[in-house]
Design a protein. Sequence first.
Length: 398
Amino acid sequence: MKTILILLLAGAATPALAQHSGHTAPAPAAATSTCTPEHAAMGHCKLPAPPPAADPHAGHTMPAQQAPAATSTCTPEHAAMGHCKMPAPDTKPAVPATPAGNPTCTPEHAAMGHCKLEAPAQPAADPDAGHTRTQAADPHAGHAMSQSDIPVAPPPALARSGPEHGADLFYDPAAMASAREEMREHHGGLNAYKILMDQAEAKIRNGRDGYAWDGQAWYGGDIDKLWIKTEGEGEFRESVEKAEVQALWSRAIDPWFDLQLGIRHDFRPDPERTHLVMGVQGLAPYWFEVDGAVFLSDKGDVTARFEGEYDLRITQKLILQPRVELDLALQDVPEIGIGSGLSSGELGARLRYEISPQFAPYVGVEYERAFGDTARFGRARGEKAGNVSLLLGIRAWF
């Protein structure tokens, strides 16, 4: 009985021993041909020692008999783990040429080397040289439309139908008209006024002290104004030598200048005269204030006058004002002592101190000179051709 049990146990153990012996003692040839780096890493087999090589990375090369297979199946992931070696890339990859007229090659694909764009065609001649378009097919040709390709049409008739003021459809038209008028007045249509006494002064000169004035006032809006001007002079303890008043309609011809038309009446000297006036007044470049006018009297005499002045600010309150005035005549007018050509001129400077912007006393000096026949007429009356005066005055406005 014991003999039978021993035989049965020996028979059952024989296949297991045979299977285990197949794993521990494989034939050298089979292990070499089937052992891979993955199996060697798990301890199932052992790779043969690599042959010595000069390359520092030679330890990662596969045996000679397995190199073609590893190269053909080597992936970047396996090469990173040292299981195989990637072939060297071709340094000059061939760029596939796109057939002529290939519309599928885009600039993006050409930049990645997938295809090659053809040279662009030369622009076609066009009368509108600034809006030329190339003859080559381009997927973005729709973005190169010339201005002449944009259709131009008048606004639809419905845009011009309806009332001038749409708010009148929803609100009382009378109330809206009042609101529009109020808005116009507060945004440029408001009438204003100014009264300026530019010169109210005493003239101190050798033996013939006198006085003079030059003022103006206006009332109106930004475009149209009524303008009043007056000026004159005389000697103390004597009657007024010259006095005139102008009434002018002033129309803005640009942001800087006004065109002025009206009348002028001379109360002195005798005999009195009335003139038609046409002139220009405004602010010239570099802030020169200019005033020029031509006068036609009721006797047919033609005269002209030009005035110019400039405010030179020494400080915020101290201001020097040079001033020049020239009078001209087209003909002699002996009854009032005016000769043809340049009849007289004044050149002066006034230094004022602005106690406030509306009130400023000043001192100054002025030289007056008569020319030509005007000087001759003056000498006949016992007057000098030229005089220098010391000025003391006040400039004020409100």
